[in-house]
Write a protein that binds this ligand. Structure first.
Ligand code: ZN
Length: 141
């Protein structure tokens, strides 16, 4: 995994603190990638505020069209500060590997959203380098 995999916006517009956070995220998640033994595919990395708004608008348009309630835009998301990355996991093999190797998350300072919330429509794994408020290794987004 390279920092470029996490950045879709213009790098010059990213605050230095966020770039530093992105480097740290790449460093830690690369340890998981090495232990897993397969390249990870980033599905979402760093997000600008407008990327984030666009993503949630798309989600909510779909929810509203199917009669569901709109979600609140989570402005506390670690994707906005470079402290989180989502990796595609269509076959849920990475989720399985993580559950069998939780010690790797502990060793490298990573937390994941509970897989119950990251399995549809196509599964992914959300890693972040800061503990959630609950302190739980797997947390409710
Ligand atoms: Zn995420």
């Amino acid at each position: 995994m390279k920092i470029e995999d996490l950045i879709r916006s213009d790098r010059l517009l990213i605050p230095v603190t966020h770039l530093e956070a992105l480097n740290e995220t790449v460093k830690r998640v690369s340890k998981i990638e090495a232990a897993y033994g397969k390249d990870l595919t980033v599905s979402s990395g760093y997000r600008s505020k407008s990327d984030h708004e666009r993503i949630y608008k798309r989600i909510n348009d779909r929810r509203l069209a199917s009669g569901k309630e709109a979600l609140r835009v989570p402005w506390g998301s670690k994707h906005l500060s470079g402290e989180a990355v989502d990796c595609l996991d269509a076959k849920q093999e990475l989720q399985k590997f993580i559950l069998e190797n939780v010690h790797l998350l502990e060793e490298h300072g990573l937390w994941c959203e509970d897989f119950k919330y990251t399995s549809a429509p196509v599964a992914w794994v959300h890693f972040q380098t800061v503990a959630p408020k609950s302190g739980n290794r797997f947390f409710k987004p």
